[in-house]
Design a protein around this ligand. Structure first.
Ligand code: SAM
Ligand code: SF4
Ligand code: SF4
Length: 333
């Protein structure tokens, strides 16, 4: 099978596709879907079926996408996600298949996901303290999420990555404790700056904890050494512990250290819209193209034309910045 190179108009190769499989979620992380906020979810008829997702992914892969990450909303809420995983694991040419989850039922399902062909999992965990976890996510599920992380490790969904969105006044004092967790359990903890993508529009610059501050807080307790990896299009700057402890930390600083120049990402929403940037103001309905019976070649041509419209960068730091209408849970983080 010939694999192409999908390039945008700035010459960036698109190799990373994030597929949101549902816009529904059972958590209410205030930086995403604030507590009590209703979900404006798409009617079932508009949500891509597993067959449609498999078809779309196979075309993306034939064009040069190497890595697919399943996300949402909460992807584990989509019925029998293992079936989709096993379909995608068989797509010829796909090099990496991962999933991002809030971890609420991972302890029961990690083994099934691994057996279906999942390679890696990322679990969101914003705090190691029960009260702060509940305050940030709206649910009292810290123990379940921790159990999920350990189950994923046991079945070999490794390395397990843990995502923590750091927000001033909520969990910024816990950064070094989370690094200690990475060491103790041999996981990769990725600290993420808060981005203006929350449906409650509660984002302010003051609430962003800059990557540099996160790095300094960890270094004060555990000396970090930058990992010699080609950063390329990776979102995280990665560090190991100087004393040789297991685990790793990553810092994802899209607000204070943007990495748009090397962006390799594109997103497909649960209702079949291609988003060429997290902050896109326009979407492109791949669902309509697929549902009108377009051939594989026509779908490929459509995707190529959409990718050419990819935005150069985000404008969070400009005075004219406006938050996109769809929020993280609807876009697929
Ligand atoms: N529900 C799953 C979960 O939470 O892992 C997958 C979807 S969630 C939208 C994907 C990732 O986006 C999570 O790790 C979450 O912490 C991150 N995220 C959500 N809103 C964010 C925001 N406003 N800024 C930065 N990251 C955010
Ligand atoms: Fe749900 Fe994930 Fe958003 Fe939290 S970050 S509300 S778990 S979609
Ligand atoms: Fe890529 Fe847009 Fe994110 Fe920049 S803001 S890294 S261009 S998706």
């Amino acid at each position: 099978m010939t694999i192409g190179i999908l390039k945008d108009s700035y010459g960036r190769a698109i190799r990373d596709l994030r597929v949101s499989v549902t816009d529904k979620c059972n958590f209410r992380c205030f930086y995403c879907l604030p507590h009590g906020s209703p979900e404006e979810t798409a009617p079932k008829s508009q949500v891509l079926t597993y067959e449609e997702i498999e078809f779309a992914v196979s075309v993306f892969v034939s064009l040069g996408v190497e890595k697919v990450r399943l996300t949402g909303g909460e992807p584990m809420l989509r019925r029998d996600i293992e079936t989709l995983v096993s379909k995608l694991a068989r797509v010829p040419g796909l090099k990496d298949l991962a999933l991002t989850t809030n971890g609420f039922n991972l302890s029961e399902r990690a083994a099934g996901l691994k057996a279906a062909g999942l390679r890696r999992v990322t679990v969101s965990l914003d705090s190691l303290k029960r009260a702060a976890f509940q305050e940030m996510t709206g649910v009292d599920m810290l123990t379940r999420v921790l159990d999920g992380i350990h189950a994923a490790q046991r079945v070999g969904l490794a390395p397990v990555k843990v995502n923590a969105v750091i927000v001033r006044g909520h969990n910024d004092e816990e950064v070094a404790d989370m690094a200690a967790f990475a060491r103790e359990h041999g996981v990769h903890v990725r600290f993420i700056e808060y981005m203006p993508l929350d449906s409650g529009h509660g984002w302010t610059r003051e609430r962003v904890v800059p990557g540099a501050e996160i790095r300094a807080a960890i270094n004060e307790r555990f000396l970090l050494v930058a990992k010699k990896v080609e950063r390329g299009s990776e979102t995280a700057t990665r560090y190991r512990f100087a004393d040789g402890s297991p685990g790793e930390v990553g810092i994802i600083a899209p607000v204070t250290e943007p990495f748009c120049g090397a962006c390799s990402r594109i997103r497909l929403t649960a209702d079949g819209q291609v988003r060429t940037c997290l902050f896109s103001k326009v979407e492109h309905s791949l669902r309509d193209v697929i549902r009108r019976g377009a051939s594989r070649a026509e779908v490929a041509e459509y995707i190529e034309s959409v990718v050419m419209q990819k935005e150069p960068r985000h404008y969070i730091n400009e005075t004219f910045f406006e938050q996109p209408a769809r929020t993280m849970s609807l876009i697929g983080g």
